[in-house]
Design a protein around this ligand. Sequence first.
Ligand code: SF4
Length: 396
Amino acid sequence: MKTIKELYKIGKGPSSSHTMGPEKACRDFQQRHPADAYRAVLHGSLSMTGRGHLTDRIIKETLVNVEVVFSDAFAEEHPNTLDLFAFDNDREIASDRYFSIGGGDILRAGEASVESQPIYPHRTFEEIVEYCRDEGLDYAGYIRRHEGPSIDEFLQTVFEAMETAVDEGLHKQGELPGALALKRKARSLHERARRETDPSDKRIAILGAYAFAVGEENASGGTIVTAPTCGASGVLPAVLLYARRHQGYSVGKLVDALAVAGLFGNFIKTHASISGAEAGCQAEVGSACAMAAAAHAHLRGHDLSAIEYAAEVALEHHLGLTCDPVMGYVQIPCIERNAAAALRAVDASRLAAHLSDFRKITFDYVVETMYETGRDLPAHYRETGMGGLAKRYKLK
Ligand code: SF4
């Protein structure tokens, strides 16, 4: 696995694979090939949901004098493929193919990676657990040992960015951008939470309000943290802010919890996928739920096994979840789905405390299964806006 600094990216929404990745690809290409003019050809999911995900806007903001083409073709190598061409005096001088592989990361065709190299030596989660037991480490200690002392400062910044996204989202009113004309709901949910007297309903309203706040920030191009993606960026902040403001955990404890969540998200990213275009929403919101469940279980003082179990429960019960963004916007079902996953994450961590002694399914199993299930999903359920709710809405 690589550093968790590449998992948590602070940037603008609405999509890590459809805005952050293409932006990075365009910058990389421009740096290699300064030119008068460019053409960007989008394939597969990038083409089918690129307008709703603002892919064309970010490309036009990044490259000067660029023509953006939405192609009908699916590239065989990856569902999020982008071809870039550079021109000088109307003559093509260079071209490159890029893949936006999820979480804002990219690959250039023909190269192993344009990202950094792995820093973690273990290949399976079982090996990680064994190592932690032998060394007397918890998961946060495991992260610190491999990342070095600077990781705490980084995670503190990540937490602050998450907190800002929640607070920004809670204060805004009006509609989200786009043809769906969706009203923002975070603020009214939060007001409802304040009035609520039943503790269970209050918890639901608070977690929901926090997740909606970040989801709405993301949908409107605001600044969020990929956790692990833009589309799923509301789950972990909702759980962490709930723990901070309503359960009394210190910022120091939340930094530890962020490290633990980062380990689980990073593991999924490395050994499976966090991309909705590659493996459906189970890879985005399912992964975010696993991260948040692990974070919450760590805060509650669970041992290594119970934390792993919390993450496993959270991911397992998202298996098969399709990606079907209505009209290509990261709004329906995405925002509400973040809220539901935040609730599920807290429940998974509670369940794990009682059941982890009897578990048969490991985190390794469920991650492999998620990836296999994702690749088996028909293409129209993988961020094309052609199946599921997206198709039903179009038919009305
Ligand atoms: S449905 Fe899930 S995977 Fe698809 S865009 Fe929305 S949050 Fe991302």
